[in-house]
Design a protein around this ligand. Structure first.
Ligand code: NAD
Length: 255
């Protein structure tokens, strides 16, 4: 494996599971020191141990905990070269606007959108001091497409992540800090399996829109994260980086 992250440090929120875990493994395999911030201590610690990194128990909705996460990375390993702000939730109470209550709306906004604001706010001063950095914020393909199977707060939160990332990418471009919004299509992770993949009918309703005819594997998203995090993406910033199996480009898909 090419060692694109030798001597670099990556902070990954939501690194205990799914896309975050696959990305921790991928970045570590290319030489990065990994710091995982996650709510779940057992899985988070296991993930960090597996990749020879550090686990910092973190609720990404709490400003002081987020600041401590990035400060710990600098204290322990010397820098924050990559911030993969990826923790997110998709609870069943977040559904049609007609049935979604304000509590569910607020919770999803806090975990999916406010957290990205807090993580970028905490990571940027370290990157400014270093004179470099790559921030990757996990949005979603639903930030650019509408779904009749609505999750209204989730979709709105990801739209917010997308436009915030674009603006930060523009604002900090001349400080050698890149900020991109990663927009995955549906991925085989616990989040998606819990939501609908275990129900064949609900899965089929979605799969028909995917030109490649399947959901992504977390490792395929992790490969894109590693690319965006690396110097191979040195001219890519403020982008909506779609890794979606062609969904957003499709009208009629193959039978
Ligand atoms: N799975 C998909 O199909 C898909 C598609 C597009 C975008 N996404 C996005 O990708 C990201 C990762 O999703 P995933 O599928 O890997 O999910 P996942 O459920 O497998 O992992 C999410 C992780 O985030 C952590 N987390 C949740 N709330 C937290 C909080 N308050 N503080 C700290 N950590 C918290 C969880 O403990 C978990 O480890 C999310 O932002 C999700 O919205 C997922």
């Amino acid at each position: 494996m090419v060692q694109r992250f030798e001597g670099r440090v990556a902070v990954i929120t939501g690194g205990a599971s799914g896309i975050g875990l696959a990305s921790a493994r991928r970045l570590a395999s290319e030489g990065a020191k990994i710091v995982i911030g996650d709510l779940t201590p057992e899985l988070g610690k296991a993930a960090a141990d597996e990749v020879g990194g550090l686990f910092v128990p973190t609720d990404v909705t709490e400003a002081d905990q987020v600041e401590a996460l990035f400060a710990t990375a600098v204290e322990q390993f010397g820098s924050v070269d990559v911030a993969f702000n990826n923790a997110g939730i998709s609870p069943p109470e977040d559904d049609s606007i007609l049935t979604t209550g304000i509590e569910a709306w607020d919770r999803v906004q806090r975990v999916n959108l406010t957290s990205v604001y807090l993580c970028c706010k905490a990571a940027l001063p370290h990157m400014q001091r270093q004179g470099k950095g790559s921030i990757i914020n996990t949005a979603s393909f639903v930030a650019v497409m509408g779904a009749a199977t609505s999750q209204i707060s989730y979709t709105a939160s990801k739209g917010g992540v997308l436009s915030m990332s674009r603006e930060l990418g523009v604002q900090f471009a001349r400080e050698n800090i890149r900020v991109n919004a990663l927009c995955p299509g549906p991925v085989n992770t616990p989040l998606l399996k819990e939501l609908f993949a275990k129900d064949p009918e609900r899965a089929a309703r979605r799969l028909v829109h995917v030109p490649v005819g399947r959901f992504a594997e977390p490792e395929e998203i992790a490969a894109a994260v590693a690319f965006l995090a690396s110097d191979d993406a040195s001219f890519i910033t403020a982008s909506q980086f779609l890794v979606d199996g062609g969904i957003s480009g499709a009208y009629v898909t193959p039978l």
